[in-house]
Structure formats: structure tokens, C-alpha cells
Design a protein around this ligand. Sequence first.
Ligand SMILES: [Zn+2]
Length: 62
Amino acid sequence: MPDRKTYVDQVSDAIAHLTGRRTLRCPAPGCTLRIRYRAVTPDEAGRLAALAHDHTRHHSTK
Ligand SMILES: [Zn+2]
């Protein structure tokens, strides 16, 4: 797949911004967790953000 973004991708991104779609990433080194969401309540967005930023909640350290 080419890296170049297509026009459709650019439009999708613009729409994503308009509709408030967000991508959350875990700050832990090497962790590739991403959570995508859109059109959620502020409460739900807060919960998702907390989950994404708390590495211990989605990564087992057995
Ligand atoms: Zn993580």
C-alpha cells in the first residue's frame, strides 16, 4: 500500500474532525494500543481516555 493519502482519505479525515472522531494511544513505550471512537458522550470519552492512558488496564504483566 502506498503511503500517499488519497483524496478520499483526506476527505475522511476532514469528516472525522467534523464529527469529532478521535484516536487515543497508549503512552507506554512499545505499546501499540489504539482506541478509536466518535460520537460518544463526554463521560464515555473520559473513560476511554483513562483506559488508553492506563497501560496496566489493558496490558497483563503476569
Ligand atoms: Zn499500553
